[in-house]
Design a protein around this ligand. Structure first.
Ligand SMILES: [Zn+2]
Length: 51
């Protein structure tokens, strides 16, 4: 799942890494435009996965 850079207009940044927890999935992103890094956590049910 791609995300938009929080620091510049770059969109659809591909995740550099993924972490799967019991109920959430975390993604680490690095913007190819400005180089900023950020991470997100999403509920696994948002992906349609069984918890
Ligand atoms: Zn950026």
């Amino acid at each position: 799942m791609t995300d938009n850079c929080p620091n510049c207009p770059q969109q659809s940044v591909q995740p550099a890494a993924e972490y799967r927890g019991d109920t959430q999935v975390g993604h680490l992103y690095r913007c190819p435009g400005c180089g900023v890094t950020w991470s997100t956590n999403r509920d696994r049910q948002a992906y349609g996965e069984a918890a």
